[in-house]
Design a protein around this ligand. Structure first.
Ligand SMILES: [Zn+2]
Length: 440
């Protein structure tokens, strides 16, 4: 499986997390079902946006790309995204890209013009098949002024000249750099061979990026009628809306993962991302995050109550059919989370140790494949984090005083105690099972 990775010139935003989490979940499921899964996801470390960021910040390109590649990987790890088996960088595959362009030229799918190399879309009969676009319609409707080096408006750049000290590489067509689409054709084939099984990415990449990847790979192999020689199945996730609006710089509603992980554990974001089906756009709101947080809090509290029940490690990898059926039904994560909730409810009401053990094993098995519940209940709930026992006694006493105050309807005093707890870094939550606290 191959999923298009990030262009590393800025912090990862929450929209970048969706394809990573969806792919991670699919890879976990495939590994559960099949003996050998290789997952490749690339790093785009050469691109016009990176060059622009380098010029604006007056920093060398590799300083920017190394920094943001590291941050991206740390952010994804905090969301429980396992590292890909292979994470190739575009700049390590320039030779492979040059070879693909040579093959496309030899097969009559690409042409050189004014130091550029262009893909000739008319040479590829299946162009538009993936995205469901009629290329002839598009050409007729095109009003954009066409660059002088293009034979047809739909032709896209495979190689372009680098000028004004822009980074570049020597090639048969002069000093230059690849067009963006080329790297994924080169790196997927190099690391997986053709055809490979699954290609993932956001829906916004279907056209032109993925359409062009197919055209390039088929063109380079002389298979202009046969898109199946590249990829067997595509999986595209829908976009994330912030407060009902599309995320965009001009609206100013771009939220970076680091903004959230300052406030919430990464699991909360992962849980909120999985609460919608990947093919439907997800409305990302503070409420949806809070909801995910309180659901996870509840599950951890229930796990805390059964922490003394020993479970069989062999069974924590056996996912109940009810959950597996959901995940195998086109990654129905809302369904899987609902089933998890059912199991958690049963666990909270379970009486005998045998029943508790079995249900606890199921909860852990489900959380392993969903990539959640990675912390111990104590860590999550902030219990016992204070090394000072007097402090814990003091907190418990304050909570008791506050509850007494509330019982006698002295809400002023109750609020004062809550404020006092906040001041010493303690957050409290009133639950049906009583008041719990955690360090902030
Ligand atoms: Zn790609």
């Amino acid at each position: 499986m191959y999923t298009c990775g990030p262009t590393v010139y800025n912090y990862a935003h929450i929209g970048n997390a969706r394809p990573a989490v969806v792919s991670d979940l699919l890879v976990r499921l495939l590994r559960y079902l099949y003996p050998k899964v290789t997952y490749v996801s690339n790093i785009t470390d050469i691109d016009d946006k990176i060059i622009k960021a380098s010029k604006e910040s007056n920093k060398p390109i590799n300083q920017i790309t190394e920094k943001f590649e590291k941050i991206y990987n740390e952010d994804m790890a905090s969301l429980g995204v396992l590292a890909p088996d292979i994470q190739p960088r575009a700049t390590d595959h320039i030779d492979d890209m040059i070879n693909l362009v040579k093959d496309m030229i030899n097969n009559g799918c690409a042409y050189e013009s004014e130091e550029h190399v262009l893909f000739d879309v008319k040479s590829y009969n299946a162009y538009g098949k993936l995205s469901g676009r009629d290329i002839q319609d598009q050409l007729a409707g095109s009003r954009v002024e066409v660059a002088s080096y293009k034979k047809n408006p739909g032709d896209f750049v495979l190689w372009k000249p680098s000028v004004d000290n822009d980074p570049g590489w020597d090639s048969p067509w002069g000093f230059g750099r690849p067009g963006w689409h080329l790297e994924c054709s080169a790196m997927s084939e190099k690391n997986l061979g053709l055809p490979f099984d699954i290609h993932g990415g956001g829906m916004d990449l279907i056209f032109p990026h993925h359409e062009n990847e197919v055209a390039q790979s088929c063109g380079a192999h002389g298979e202009q009628n046969n898109p199946k020689i590249f990829v067997r199945y595509w999986i595209h996730n829908a976009m994330l809306n912030i407060g009902g609006k599309k995320m965009s710089k001009s609206i100013g509603n771009i939220f970076y993962i680091k903004d959230y992980t300052d406030k919430y554990p990464g699991e909360v974001l992962r849980f909120a991302l999985m609460s919608g089906h990947y093919r439907q756009s997800l409305n990302w709101t503070d409420k949806s995050i809070e909801q995910a947080y309180s659901t996870l809090n509840r599950i951890y509290r229930i796990l805390k109550k059964v922490e003394d029940i020993k479970i069989d490690e062999n069974n924590v990898n056996l996912i109940p059919d009810s959950v597996l059926d959901c995940l195998c039904d086109d990654l129905n994560t809302p369904g899987a989370l609902a089933k998890l909730n059912d199991i958690v409810n049963k666990l909270s009401k379970a009486s005998g140790d045998t029943e508790k053990k079995e249900l606890k094993e199921q909860v852990i098995a489900v959380s392993n494949i969903l990539g959640i519940l990675k912390e111990s209940p104590d860590e999550w709930l902030g219990i016992g984090q204070s090394s000072d026992n007097n402090n814990v006694d003091n907190i418990n006493k304050l909570i008791k005083d506050r509850n007494d105050a509330r019982k006698s309807k002295d809400f002023k005093k109750a609020d004062e105690i809550r404020n006092k707890l906040t001041e010493i870094g303690i957050e409290i939550e009133d639950t049906p099972d009583g008041t719990i606290w955690r360090t902030k």
